[in-house]
Design a protein around this ligand. Structure first.
Ligand code: BGC
Length: 376
């Protein structure tokens, strides 16, 4: 598994260096540098302004050392507000940032409306506004390189969330020692857990008794590594357990309930009773799949199985009622808190690991109530 957050407390000299680097451009002579005589002569700036600059620098240094966050500005870019999971995530992120000392009015959260051009414009605006840190859930993970370049050039620390940039991009942060990190869970784990829930059913999973599991896969946005890994690893868990599988159809539902409902309704129309398992890359789509399953008068747990990921309250209620076989808790508390903690470290002049992970939790009828009590 990947690493945990590691906070490195910088020595006073490094804090001073950070302040000089991120602060106003003419504050290049902090208290430790006593003799900028020539520069001072050339400068037409009146003494009062210099005093104000010095006071500002001292205040910034004090803020960095004491961790006073109330005046710090955070820009948060969410790929799409209508996404159920990201709605939970951003609500918790804002609450936690406030609980850690940020002022609510200094936290700006914007909706990328699932359009990278829109989001890029929002990032430009945040840069122009001089935010102290950015937390970005990219619309397209493949745009991370461009995003990183402009944010780093503006000397603003950056925390990516939820949509992981690729390994080459993460390596670049490390190679250049940039204040950039990614916070998220390893989607291979959630896919594996989905598959294991079906493996754990034993022979009962093979409803038609033909020695293999016929399934339908409903994928999230295929550009997103969460969708790719969940699709691959859910099935790998079955084949690793020696179970033969047959994919009846594998389609993209873009994380959306309505799209999944349509896909599964069509699949049920085409393949009927052949379908034994419906795998959905997230719960929103599993809820859509369930609508289609119920409309087709099929009964989860009796003549079909259904698994999702996220542990949305509605899905947990379905797991408790038996109308969903299981889900996987995508811990938005841990992820949003880690993202905020990483942002705070950056704001305080500390560093973070380049990858900050968290664990998923398998949810079946055994623990669904427990998870529901936690998320509600
Ligand atoms: C969640 C999905 C969500 C997606 C957004 C995933 O981790 O499981 O529900 O739509 O992130 O990027």
């Amino acid at each position: 598994m990947k690493k945990k957050i590691v906070s490195v407390i910088l020595a006073a000299t490094m804090v001073a260096g950070m302040v000089a680097g991120c602060g106003s451009s003419n504050s290049s002579a902090p208290a430790a540098a006593p003799e900028p005589a020539a520069e001072t002569k050339e400068e037409a700036a009146p003494a009062a302004e210099e005093t104000a600059d010095a006071a500002e620098t001292a205040q910034a240094a004090a803020d960095a050392t004491t961790g006073d966050l109330s005046t710090k500005k955070v820009g948060v870019c969410i790929y799409q507000f209508s996404d159920n999971f990201m709605t939970l995530f951003r609500g918790e992120l804002e609450n936690y940032l406030v609980s850690q000392g940020f002022s609510k009015e200094n936290i700006t959260i914007v909706d990328g409306a699932n359009d990278q051009a829109t989001q890029t414009g929002q990032i430009d605006n945040f840069i122009a506004a001089g935010v102290d840190v950015l937390i970005i859930n990219p619309v397209n993970s493949s745009s991370a390189e461009t995003i990183t370049d402009k944010v780093v050039a503006a000397n603003i620390p950056l925390v990516y969330i939820n949509r992981e940039p690729d390994a080459t991009e993460e390596q670049r942060w490390q190679d250049n020692g940039w204040n950039v990190t990614y916070v998220g869970c390893d989607a291979r784990q959630s896919g594996t857990m989905q598959g294991e829930m079906i493996v754990d059913l034993g022979e009962a999973a093979d409803l038609n008794g033909d020695g293999k599991i016929q399934y339908v896969m409903v994928e999230g946005d295929p550009e997103n590594v969460d969708a790719q890994y969940r699709t691959e690893f859910s099935i790998k868990a079955l084949t690793d357990a020696g179970i033969e599988v047959e994919c009846l159809t594998d389609q993209v539902g873009n994380w959306q309930q309505d799209q999944a409902q349509q896909i599964v309704a069509n699949a049920l129309g085409q393949y009927g009773e052949k379908i034994e398992v419906v795998f959905c890359n997230n719960d929103a789509m599993a809820l859509g799949a369930l609508q289609a399953i119920e409309s087709a008068c099929r009964v989860v747990g009796e003549d079909i199985y259904l698994v999702g990921v996220d542990a949305l309250s509605e899905a947990l209620e379905d797991v408790i009622a038996g109308t969903m076989t299981g889900t996987v808790f995508n811990d938005h508390f841990s992820q949003s808190h880690s993202a905020a903690d990483a942002a705070i470290n950056f704001v305080n002049g500390e560093t973070n690991d380049y990858y900050i992970g968290c664990d998923y939790v398998k949810v079946t009828s055994d623990n669904a109530q427990e998870i529901l009590d936690m998320v509600k």
